[in-house]
Design a binder for this molecule. Structure first.
Ligand SMILES: [Zn+2]
Length: 349
């Protein structure tokens, strides 16, 4: 198979706003680009986008990739027009200092700045203190009256950062978790032709707040087997020990053995490793005792579905400077493609 992923689609995907519960812009874009390749496309009550592609057998393979990203929700506007917020999904408040956001208002997005007291007016003791979300606010640069007329509690604020390719085949952007997985699944829908499995490519909602979309999507599909495409932490940075890396950039697709929510079915685990070895797909084993993804919900649906998480290693995950390696994205695509096309024909679970 000739491998040619169109990374301009990943760029577009990362630039769209899509905090948990507000994935509509991502869903609309995917529906538009994937409808020509699908046998059917529908959106369920939760907002999951379900793209179906008919296979040559009667077996069903469910793919999940969550559309949502972590972000902020405005919950208070003070008398001077500064915005206080809560986090949606897991964000370390230290990563929000001195950052820009786009507040999604009824009149469209507004640029906001999360400021920080400059060094000139802080003491060493101030700077040593932990930063909490309660210490932070968004400055819209507008008079209070104008802010009150435009922004309401419940509005979302998306992290703001452009997509950049840099270094040795790296991408830095916001929302690579999980637009990188969404990108792989979108490219898969386009690429597969007469696959062995009936493929349900489900772009899920609200993963970051508790695997909520995947829970209902999996309930509505009679899946024989499932693969969940997501990013995972790559802690291969100074200050972390090699045994704590979880995954490392450039070492290929992460095949999950165990995370906080799943232990992969042994036959499925071995089959995926064998596909990689046969097709010269670079792989690493993901063991993440503190992480989880849609696979946690999917494998417990109905009477149980053998499920494996296929993970794209990501540095600085859940910040606006997430980094993935393009080669890892390609290896993840190749494994997903081979598995759907005919690599799991003889899978007996
Ligand atoms: Zn994720």
């Amino acid at each position: 198979m000739e491998l040619k992923l169109d990374f301009s689609i990943l760029k577009t995907l990362t630039e769209l706003p899509g905090i948990s519960g507000r994935e509509n812009a991502v869903r609309r874009y995917l529906k538009e680009i994937l409808s020509p390749y699908a046998d059917s496309v529908r959106t369920d009550a939760m907002g999951n986008l379900i793209v179906f592609k008919k296979g040559t057998s009667s077996k069903n393979l469910l793919f999940c990739a969550h559309m949502d990203e972590v972000g902020l929700m405005i919950h208070h506007i003070d008398e001077r027009g500064f915005l206080r917020f809560v986090t949606v999904g897991g964000i370390d408040p230290r990563t929000l200092l001195a950052q820009r956001v786009r507040v999604q208002t009824k009149n469209g997005p507004l640029l906001g700045v999360i400021g920080t007291k400059p060094a000139h007016i802080t003491t060493e003791a101030d700077r040593a203190k932990a930063v909490g979300v309660k210490d932070l606010c968004i400055d819209l640069g507008l008079p209070a009256q104008q802010v009150l007329a435009t922004v309401e509690p419940g509005d979302f604020a998306v992290l703001d950062r452009s997509y950049e390719e840099f270094g040795d085949g790296m991408v830095c952007a916001k929302a690579l978790d999980n637009r990188a997985g969404v990108f792989v699944l979108a490219e898969l829908v386009k690429a597969i032709q007469k696959p062995f499995y009936n493929v349900y490519a489900v772009f899920t909602v609200q993963e970051e707040v508790g695997l909520r979309g995947a829970t209902t999507a999996a309930f509505g599909i009679e899946a024989d087997v499932a693969l969940c495409l997501d990013t995972t932490g790559a802690a291969d940075i100074p200050g972390c020990a090699p045994q704590d890396y979880i995954t490392a950039l450039g070492k290929g697709v992460g095949i999950t053995a165990l995370d906080a929510r799943t232990i992969t079915h042994p036959v499925l685990f071995e089959t995926l490793k064998t596909i990689c070895d046969k097709c010269a797909i670079r792989r690493q084993i993901r063991i993440a005792p503190r992480g989880g993804n849609d696979a946690g919900a999917v494998h417990l649906s109905k009477t149980g579905v053998p499920t494996c998480g296929l993970s794209i290693p990501t540095r600085n995950i859940h910040s606006n400077v997430e980094i993935v390696c393009k080669a890892d994205v390609e290896q993840t695509f190749r494994l997903a493609y081979e598995a759907a096309q005919n690599g799991m024909e003889n899978l007996t679970l």
